[in-house]
Design a protein around this ligand. Structure first.
Ligand code: PLP
Length: 415
């Protein structure tokens, strides 16, 4: 990412990928091989990802948005249904539900952590019921790398008969440590009978990069078979577990084996496949996930130290006790009003000092499309989070001294 000149010091974007020679060699090997797509790199990545996150199965797909779309579709979510989505998220968590024909019941978030809690989800369910929508799923977002309170949300989903779609675009490598157990994000919640799926994104600003890439993980074989089928045109070349082909006369030869050309479409699907080129890159990156997570944790610890003298004007992200985060964002909290500087001016001044920042997120319920659809919702936690948030540079190639640079720049700009 290019930025303004800052003397000898490189510009620090808020996030960026770390690609090494091994990654490049892995991609080049695919380019020299037989399979650019639908080949062994995709299945190798799916197996490695499932193993890494403790899920029975993983389906790789084109990006995180496609992963959300596949998850909602596999759960059979459609018109008349609603999905509970926290307003503090990227557009896609909500848009993918709308593409499925569903309504979005926007939930508020904790103003400090930016996470949807149980009370916020319950309030959204109540509002959806008043609107006459049939709520089908909770879609908590593991903002910045910390998980939403999943014990409570899974219990709520179970009690209300709702599915869980965890948007873990920010949280590959995060471990839920509530209740004394260690559950990696992606393992899902088997106790949620209506279905439990987790989605990931491998966009270059996320913790591991495919270029464009995503995945759905889960443990229910029938649900995951549907995700896999929907990802590839709804095509079945082997019969559904337990069900067989719908048209056995056309499907099977005299011995009862599937004809070699045969495929069946049970429902219209998408082409949301990941290519082997992208799969090779993200598989190679997955091998370095632990190192990335460790480096990000170290940088966050340094931020906590270096930002401490700037309190209360600047505070590091609020920590929640129930997870060991793989930090995606350093979403600092800044009291712009008390500093007497507006955010645009602060961002411009930091940029001039070589420090890139970003805002995660404009509450999605404030987008013109959603305001036209639902009017002006009052979600004060999301608005308060939005008013104070500023994501500071965080990526594994940053040096310890870069954190000093960011803290010094903030001090200069805010004082
Ligand atoms: C990045 C992101 C997505 C979408 O992922 P893409 O791979 O960019 O399609 C969805 N949800 C959240 C929270 C994200 O950060």
């Amino acid at each position: 990412m290019a930025g303004p000149s800052t003397g000898d010091l490189p510009f620090l974007p808020y996030g960026r990928q770390s690609v090494d020679e091994e990654d490049i060699a892995a991609v080049a090997a695919v380019l020299r091989g037989d399979w650019l797509t639908q080949g062994p790199a995709v299945s190798a990545f799916e197996r490695a990802l499932a193993a890494r996150v403790g899920a029975a199965d993983a389906v790789a797909c084109a990006n995180g948005t496609a992963a959300l779309r596949l998850a909602y579709a596999a759960l059979g979510i459609g018109p008349g249904d609603a999905v509970v989505v926290p307003s503090n998220t990227f557009l896609a968590t909500a848009s993918a539900a709308r593409h499925a024909g569903a309504e979005v019941a926007f939930a508020d978030v904790d103003p400090d952590s930016g996470l949807m809690g149980v009370a916020e989800a319950e309030a959204a369910i109540d509002r959806a019921a008043k609107a006459g929508w049939r709520v089908r799923a909770l879609a908590p977002v593991h903002y910045a790398g910390q998980t939403a309170p999943m014990d409570g949300l899974a219990a709520l989903a179970r009690a209300e008969g709702l599915a869980l779609v965890e948007d873990a675009a920010h949280a590959i490598g995060t471990v839920d440590v509530s209740g004394g157990r260690e559950v990696p994000v992606g393992a899902g919640r088997p106790e949620v009978e209506a279905g439990s799926l987790t989605v990931f994104s491998f966009h270059p600003v996320k913790t591991i990069a495919a270029g464009e890439g995503g995945a759905v993980t889960g443990g229910d074989p029938a649900l995951m078979a549907r995700v896999r089928r929907l990802c590839n045109h709804g095509m079945m070349r082997t019969p559904d577990p337990g069900e067989g082909f719908a048209d056995p006369d056309a499907a099977l030869d005299a011995e009862g084996n599937a004809n070699p050309w045969y495929y069946e479409m049970a429902e219209p699907g998408f082409n949301h496949r990941l290519s082997d080129i992208h799969a090779a890159l993200v598989l190679s990156q997955l091998g370095r996930l632990d190192r990335f997570v460790e480096r990000r944790a170290r940088l966050m610890a340094l931020y906590a130290e270096r930002l401490a003298p700037l309190a209360p004007l600047v505070r590091p992200p609020a920590l929640v006790p129930w997870c060991r985060p793989a930090w995606h964002l350093c979403a600092a909290r800044i009291d712009f009003a008390a500093a007497g500087r507006n955010r645009a001016a602060v961002m411009a001044a930091l940029r001039a000092l070589g420090v890139g920042t970003q805002v995660h997120y404009i509450p999605v319920h404030r987008q013109p499309y959603w305001r036209r659809r639902y009017g002006d919702l009052a979600l004060p936690g999301a608005m308060s989070h939005y008013a104070q948030t500023l994501s500071l540079p965080l990526f594994p190639a940053m040096a310890d001294t870069d954190v000093d640079r960011v803290a010094a720049a903030l001090e200069r700009v805010l004082s």
